[in-house]
Design a protein around this ligand. Structure first.
Ligand code: NI
Length: 257
């Protein structure tokens, strides 16, 4: 159930039975020579919309651009500054709180968004706490990246092992192959050369420097990932498990205090 395809009376009636909503959060950035720039928002969007349709859960308009400054040396990449993304997340929270929502589940598709999104939650709560309004406004936010959903995580490890890598991962490419078959073909290119362990540990969690440095380290855009292992069939399996996991995690979140 997409929020943008409802009328306000329908949303008012929804709020009588549920105070929850899912917000897909992603990015628009290069995903190697054969991956879609929208990969990181198309994946959480596809999972959230399928879960929402199956379980009658509202899904907000996707935040399609995230914190991707380190990809800007590749054409087609867009970024918000960390502070801009924080402002966007806070304004989503404020709007949803003002209109009656109390549980906002951000389903994330991009590692670079995690720190700004969590900081945005704390900014929002800090304003309430410091103004002494924390007893009035009851909004709870949760951030989960789709690859952390437990059965999805297990399947991607089983299918790809260390070839999963960190960017242009076969699991995310598989999901786009399944969700957007008209937009993307299965990959032909060999994986990028491996970099030392140090590069990986130093930069895990999208902890990169500026864009030119990223391009020097990862010239074709991918980080280790052997995207050519991705298939449409695997994408369908990953989406199906993600929908089930998300439904469970979302229900538990709704029931939490
Ligand atoms: Ni990605």
């Amino acid at each position: 159930m997409r929020l943008e395809l409802q009328t306000w009376p329908k949303v008012r009636d929804y709020l009588k039975r549920s105070k929850g909503i899912v917000v897909p959060l992603g990015s628009t950035e290069q995903h190697g020579p054969e991956g879609l720039t929208g990969t990181d928002h198309l994946c959480p969007e596809a999972i959230a919309r399928r879960m929402g349709a199956a379980h009658g859960v509202l899904v907000a308009p996707t935040i399609q651009v995230g914190m991707s400054q380190f990809h800007l040396d590749f054409p087609g990449s867009l970024t918000l500054r960390p502070s801009t993304l924080m402002a966007v997340v806070r304004d989503y929270m404020a709007s949803l709180a003002r209109t009656g929502f109390e549980r906002v589940y951000f389903l994330n598709g991009h590692g670079g968004n995690v720190a700004p999104a969590r900081a945005a939650f704390q900014e929002f709560y800090a304003d309430l706490s410091m103004a002494g309004r924390d007893a009035d406004v009851k909004i709870r936010c949760k951030l989960k990246s789709w690859w952390e959903l437990p059965r999805v995580d297990a399947l991607r490890r089983e299918l790809y092992g260390t070839s999963e890598g960190f960017h242009g991962t076969p699991s995310e490419i598989a999901i786009t192959l399944a969700a957007w078959p008209e937009a993307i073909d299965e990959f032909k290119l060999a994986p990028p050369p491996s970099h030392g362990r140090n590069d990986l540990l130093e930069h895990s969690g999208d902890n990169y420097y500026e864009a030119a440095d990223y391009r020097r380290r990862f010239p074709d855009g991918r980080v280790i990932s052997d995207s050519a292992l991705a298939t449409r069939a695997a994408g369908e399996r990953l989406i199906a498990l993600a929908v089930e996991d998300l439904a469970q995690d979302y229900e538990a979140f709704l029931d939490s205090n």
